[in-house]
Design a protein around this ligand. Structure first.
Ligand code: T3D
Length: 261
């Protein structure tokens, strides 16, 4: 059984982490399958959004800790998998040239939580929970956790979550601004697919440039960011979708965006 399920839809793909018996904990082979599935989606010019979710009752419980026990019983010092898999995965999700929607269907713990938070839009089932479990086993939040948590929810809440390792509900995560929205469990996939269907006919190139600008803003001062906006706006405004957007507006009709990239 494949550890990543890929469903092709009109204009987007659904990738499902598929190790439900281990709460979709990441193994090396699941990482490799996920990388291949994301690379395939990026190479497909007709793919204009990605939906990432988990099979069964979890989104992901983070690193599969069984892989951290060596044959001789020693516990492996972490680092290699971050360099090889988690860090490239987080960077890829942030920089894909189209939006990535996470549909968090259940517990998202450890790196599983931070992979979800690296997605552009995070929807969660109301029964889902988010947990920075790292402190329970003596680790620090990785997979971008220490970067994204204070940016999304501020230092006080980031430190509370990271140091106490307590889970929070999807509704609290929405209240705090950690995620976009908590929705009824049975509406999760419907809502997530609706978003992807919307993105599948959106001006994709402009959205990709928007992702870039928002991430760059984290490190730029205002003057640098204004320069970057001018540069990216020229790029966006040189695309056929901008011309179509303006023409459609003036003609009072619905635009047809190609999303050509
Ligand atoms: O390279 C590196 O290692 C660095 C990278 C680190 C990244 C990380 O993500 S470190 C953090 C790793 N994750 C954890 O520490 C979370 C461990 N899991 C849990 O704390 C709990 O399972 C949950 C809070 C996520 C959910 O609890 P609960 O009670 O709903 O489920 P459960 O009964 O604990 O888990 C169900 C099964 O999944 C169980 O197996 P069993 O007893 O039915 O055979 C459990 O052992 C297994 N499982 C859950 N999480 C993991 C796991 N197996 C391996 N690794 C896991 N992470």
């Amino acid at each position: 059984m494949s550890e990543i399920l890929v469903e092709k839809r009109a204009g987007f793909r659904i990738l499902t982490l598929n190790r439900p018996e281990r709460l979709n904990a990441f193994t090396e082979s699941m990482h490799m399958a996920l990388k291949e599935a994301i690379d395939d989606a990026e190479a497909d010019k007709n793919c204009r959004a990605l939906l990432l979710t988990g099979a069964g009752r979890a989104f992901s419980a983070g690193q599969d800790l069984n892989e951290r026990v060596a044959a001789n019983g020693d516990i492996v010092v972490p680092g290699e998998a971050l360099e090889k898999y988690y860090n490239p995965l987080v960077k890829k999700l942030r920089t894909l040239p189209f939006p990535v929607v996470a549909a968090v269907n259940g517990v998202a713990a450890g790196a599983g939580c931070n992979v979800a938070l690296a997605c552009d839009i995070v929807l969660a089932a109301k029964s889902a929970t988010f947990a920075q479990v790292f402190a329970r086993i003596g680790l620090i939040p990785d997979a971008g956790g220490t970067w994204i948590l204070p940016r999304l929810i501020g230092q006080a809440r980031a430190r509370g979550l990271a140091l106490l390792a307590e889970p929070i509900s999807a509704e609290k995560a929405e209240d705090w601004g950690l995620i976009w929205k908590a929705v009824d469990d049975d509406a999760l996939m419907v809502e997530a697919e609706k978003l992807c269907t919307h993105f599948a006919s959106a001006p994709t190139v402009g959205l990709g440039l928007t992702k870039h600008a928002l991430d760059a803003a984290e490190d730029n001062d205002l003057a640098t960011q204004l320069d970057l906006e001018r540069k990216l706006q020229r790029q966006a405004g040189s695309h056929e979708d901008y011309k179509e957007g303006v023409r459609a507006f003036l003609a009072k009709r619905k635009p047809t965006f190609t999303g050509n990239r």
